[in-house]
Design a protein around this ligand. Structure first.
Ligand SMILES: [Zn+2]
Length: 419
């Protein structure tokens, strides 16, 4: 071989094994279309080794365990694997016998670190099942590897600086199975998620904060929806936090009210017909209407529908969020409540609107938190699309465990791969 290198030497160099390990053979299996890189320890391994039990740097080779494989990056589009019968060492001081952890091994004992790095890169871009297809690996192995990295990286996450917290519920399966997801509104990251949507989830969050160098008492702002469970949870576990109700959920309540009015009016003999297939028209903002929906609205506006009036109420309500100060917003909310309440007699179609006006009066201080704290809830509003992305990536795996792991992976800003 003139000017060339034997394959063992090439792999020795590209694997960066150091001088404690050597590639002593490489084979190509034509049936499996797979390259095997055979590695063994060198005598230089032992002088540098420490006993895992007593830490003495006095270890001798003892024996070898049966051969194993670690999936590695492809070589010329062929699968490759490192093959090694790992050595066991024995401590001269405490006589402990232990297996050496090979430097190429990833968090999964089936993969090398380089392979894991590539698999994680794919997992960032696509559902785990799709990454599995491309890599020719089972979902189970990939998930196990992902879990290991996420768990290790999340364990290192510092929550020391968390002062503005937010929470939202994530619906994992249709109709049941909820997670409460806690976020840092300043760092714009998911911190913690747990099953359920009751007050005890806040206790779990408080415990997580303490475990990650944070403190519930350091949290001075909590942005939540108006559910009594969350308010109770904050009051019991985050006594220093000023509660604000985020815009997304508050407006969402009024949007729901309009929908309730529409459904009630829909059952009326005369006007019900006019409201057929108008659900989305009334859920959207006018700027999001299609041309067809715009024309439809112009026709409906002539009919004096109660739903039309409710919709106008909603638009005025949303616009309050455009004013610049809490003082002004307070006046506008009060005016809005007066208007709605005067427009409705009990038992009328507009009753759902009146219920929301009462809700606004009762929660006004928290609603004004939007202005007072200068709290940007944009991150909370974006959580819904984040939840969808998370579900897509966990396709086919909707357990609490898979969902939480994927949430941390997608939105935890964790440093992964984590070794
Ligand atoms: Zn020892």
């Amino acid at each position: 071989m003139v000017g060339g290198m034997i394959p063992e030497k090439v792999f020795q160099q590209i694997l960066i094994l150091g001088d404690a390990w050597e590639v002593f053979a490489t084979d190509y299996d034509e049936n499996q279309r797979k390259v095997f890189i055979r590695v063994r320890e060198t005598p230089r391994l032992w002088p540098a080794a420490h006993c895992p039990k007593c830490n003495a740097q006095s270890v001798a080779g003892y024996d070898h365990v049966p051969e194993r494989q670690w999936r590695h990056l492809n070589v010329c589009q062929l699968e490759s694997a490192i093959v090694c019968a790992l050595p066991r060492g024995r401590c001269r001081e405490c006589q402990a016998v232990f297996q050496v952890k090979p430097p190429w091994e990833g968090r999964s004992k089936h993969f090398t670190q380089e392979f894991e790095g590539f698999a994680l890169l794919l997992a960032r871009e696509m559902p785990v099942s799709k990454a599995g297809e491309i890599l020719g690996e089972t979902d189970q192995r990939l998930w196990r590897m992902l879990f290991a990295h996420i768990q290790a990286a999340h364990a290192q996450l510092s929550m020391e600086e968390v002062v503005w917290g937010g929470a939202d519920e994530m619906n994992c399966k249709k109709g049941h199975h909820y997670l409460t997801v806690f976020v840092d509104l300043l760092a714009k990251r998911v911190l913690f998620a747990t099953a359920g949507k009751d007050a005890t989830t806040w206790e779990a969050f408080a415990t997580a904060l303490l475990a990650h160098n944070g403190h519930p008492k350091a949290v001075t702002q909590a942005a939540i929806d108006m559910s009594p469970a969350y308010r109770k949870g904050v009051a019991e576990h985050f006594g220093n936090a000023t509660v604000s109700f985020d815009k997304f959920h508050v407006v969402g309540q009024v949007v729901e009210a309009v929908d309730e009015v529409r459904r009630a009016e829909r059952t009326q003999p005369e006007r019900g017909k006019l409201l057929e297939k108008a659900r989305w028209l009334f859920r959207k903002n006018p700027e999001n209407w299609t041309a067809k929906e715009g024309t439809r609205w112009e026709e409906l506006a002539k009919e004096n529908l109660t739903t039309g009036l409710a919709y106008q109420m909603r638009l005025v309500f949303q616009d309050i969020y455009l004013v610049g100060s809490a003082k002004l917003a307070r006046e506008r909310f009060q005016t809005w409540c007066d208007w709605v309440e005067q427009a409705v007699a009990p038992g009328q179609l507009l009753e759902p609107m009146r219920k929301r006006a009462r809700m606004v009066r009762e929660h006004l201080e928290g609603i004004l938190g939007h202005w007072k704290a200068g709290l940007t809830t944009a991150y909370l509003e974006g959580l819904n699309s984040l939840f969808s992305a998370t579900k897509r990536k966990a396709r086919g795996y909707r357990s609490t465990e898979h969902m939480i792991a994927m949430l941390y992976f997608v939105a935890g800003k964790l440093s992964i791969p984590c070794y």
